[in-house]
Design a protein around this ligand. Structure first.
Ligand code: FE2
Length: 273
């Protein structure tokens, strides 16, 4: 049986209906992206939203996001990005935000796999950090489930993506997380947001990927911030079931595939500022 996981990222929704980021009205763009999600015809077992749900961090913006995601809320897991307010996020998306005001995280089993999300938000900063308590929690989760192939979700990628300006706004002090990922052999994938573009790299045995924003896109491998004319989108994971009975460690490579799906065309052209 195949388990399907949807990853949405960097929604940047405003309380004001038509408000835009670099010319892209993020609410309208998200609505269009969610229509494309429905068009895939896939029944998603889990939906992960990897941060920056709002741009203005207003309660109304979170309520709008919750309304738009309503049909998936019973299987939705959320972690914050730099453009989020943890307390508001937890207030509006109560059942989708496990953890506390010091750190939101999740760890769920699905189709023989484990999905874990960690919080990299630092209040008032664009860069991220995995706080010692969050790293400790991640370590204990990985130690508790060594036989389950795992996808780790975080807003900030743990490795550079090749864009100097974005890498300068990445994860501060990434070494402890990198080291943990490298020695936790069951972590097959680390999937992140923040960079508003598709990227694929490696960290030890794990594949590190990023996801397009549901709104504005940035051109990959650029030294400075430049918007991309490519359409918004989302990522889909197809995970094959993996029998972990009797396994203390994952020796085989369970099958999985992932792809980015984008809108057929750009409805709201972005503009460089
Ligand atoms: Fe973002």
């Amino acid at each position: 049986m195949t388990t399907f996981v949807l990853q949405l990222s960097d929604l940047h929704v405003f309380a004001e209906t038509g408000a835009a980021v670099r010319g892209v009205p993020t609410r309208a763009s998200l609505i269009e992206v969610l229509e494309k999600v429905r068009e895939t015809g896939l029944s998603f077992d889990r939906v992960v939203v990897s941060g920056d749900l709002t741009h203005d961090e207003q309660p109304e913006s979170y309520r709008v996001v919750a309304e738009l995601l309503e049909e998936w809320l019973d299987r939705c897991h959320v972690i914050p990005g730099n453009h989020d307010d943890r307390a508001l996020l937890r207030e509006v998306l109560v059942d989708q935000t496990d953890g506390s005001d010091d750190g939101i995280r999740f760890s769920v089993a699905t189709g023989g796999w484990r999905l874990i999300g960690i919080d990299t938000h630092v209040p008032g900063e664009v860069s991220g950090r995995v706080a010692p308590a969050m790293l400790e929690w991640l370590e204990s989760e990985l130690e508790r489930h060594p036989g389950e192939p795992t996808i780790l979700f975080a807003h900030h990628p743990p490795i550079p993506v090749g864009s100097a300006w974005l890498d300068g706004l990445g994860l501060l002090d990434p070494e402890p997380l990198r080291e943990l990922i490298c020695r936790s052999r069951q972590v097959r994938v680390v999937s992140c947001g923040h960079v508003h573009q598709e990227f694929c790299g490696r960290l030890g045995e794990a594949v590190v990927m990023t996801v397009p924003s549901t709104g504005v896109q940035f051109i990959p491998l650029e030294a400075t911030s430049r918007v991309d004319a490519i359409a918004p989108g989302f990522r889909v994971f197809a995970l094959e079931n993996f029998d972990t009975a009797g396994d203390a460690t994952v020796e085989q490579d369970p099958a999985w595939t992932s792809r980015v799906v984008r809108l057929a065309g750009v409805t709201y052209p972005a503009v460089d500022e």
